[in-house]
Design a protein around this ligand. Structure first.
Ligand code: ADP
Length: 295
């Protein structure tokens, strides 16, 4: 099964220069006080993608638009199968752009923004240590060995794995392995961090801990983060901005900028906002997918 058109359209429409914001692009998010101003803005305008499958075409995304402020943390939340991963892959350049436009601001030095992606499964090299896994991307970038080692150790410590540099992946729990995956991405010092359900496979307690750490690590980093999840609570806790997606074909239903009170997991405001988003998702689901509906 493959997308209907080849990846060629990507080059024509995927830009990294600062360009005018489309008037109709969905809600430019308000910048959160915690966020810095340094990261690139990411703009998605009118993106659509259709997969051709054995059973006919599947319209994964239709007229999908959003804008992530530079240095902010944006969550894309929606039901399974609504096209979240597809959209993230398009922004990452891993899936073709059939329709629409992706723009990512350039770095202050005029170079294209650096992107890093964290997936649900970290896919570590089993024959390399924790340090070796984090070093791999740095070596590939040609970073001098001493600097690469210092950087890798720094980010391993940042994700709470200091002292485990020589451990092998099979010695790690799922949560620890995902921390290595995050350290590996952060060590590349990306301008834009793209995360696709990175905590979906870890237990609830570890997930809460990893969410807290990610929020701490990214808060003043200047990185622009786009984080995909189907977990509404996770999106509200993490997101300066929450983009709520409709069921397939995915499009942005609403853009929400939770305030500090709404992001406090113990508050009534948090419970009210998550419940509001659940309602929104329930009403956007196809009729046969709503609770109580018959096939
Ligand atoms: P989400 O991340 O929201 O769960 P995806 O982006 O993975 O959704 O998928 C959106 C829709 O596109 C789903 O219906 C899925 O089955 C379909 N899809 C995803 N990847 C492919 C593919 N490579 N070929 C065909 N259909 C696909």
């Amino acid at each position: 099964m493959s997308p209907a058109k080849p990846a060629m359209a990507m080059e024509a429409t995927r830009e990294t220069a600062r360009g005018p914001m489309e008037e109709d692009a969905a809600g430019r998010p308000a910048r959160n006080a915690e966020a810095t101003t340094s990261g690139p803005e990411v703009r998605v305008s009118g993106v659509a993608l259709r997969y051709e499958t054995r059973n006919g075409p599947v319209q994964a995304l239709a007229d999908c638009s959003l804008a992530v402020s530079g240095g902010s943390f944006a969550c894309l939340v929606g039901p399974s199968g609504c096209g979240k991963s597809t959209l993230l892959d398009i922004v990452a350049g891993l899936a073709p752009l059939q329709e629409g436009r992706i723009e990512i601001d350039r770095r202050p030095d005029g170079q294209p923004a650096r992107l890093a992606v964290v997936f649900q499964k970290p896919a570590l090299f089993p024959w390399k240590t924790v340090l070796g896994n984090v070093l791999f991307g740095l070596d590939a970038q040609g970073i001098p060995a001493a600097e690469a080692r210092e950087r890798a150790r720094r980010f391993i410590a940042l994700v709470g794995l200091g002292g485990l540099e020589k451990a092998d992946p099979h010695e790690l729990s799922g949560g620890m392995a995902q921390r290595v995956g995050i350290a590996r991405a952060l060590a590349l010092e990306p301008d834009v961090l793209l995360m696709d359900e990175p905590f979906a496979a870890v237990d609830a307690q570890t997930r809460a801990l990893l969410q807290e750490e990610l929020r701490r690590i990214t808060a003043h980093s200047g990185m622009t983060v786009l984080f995909v999840t189907h977990d509404v609570s996770e999106a509200v806790y993490l997101g300066d901005t929450v983009f709520v997606m409709s069921g397939r074909p995915g499009r942005i239903l609403r853009t929400i900028s939770p305030d500090a009170g709404q992001r406090d997991r113990s508050s009534g405001a948090f419970a009210r906002l998550t419940s509001e988003i659940f309602d929104l998702l329930a009403h956007s689901a196809p009729a046969n997918a709503r609770p109580g509906a018959r096939e």
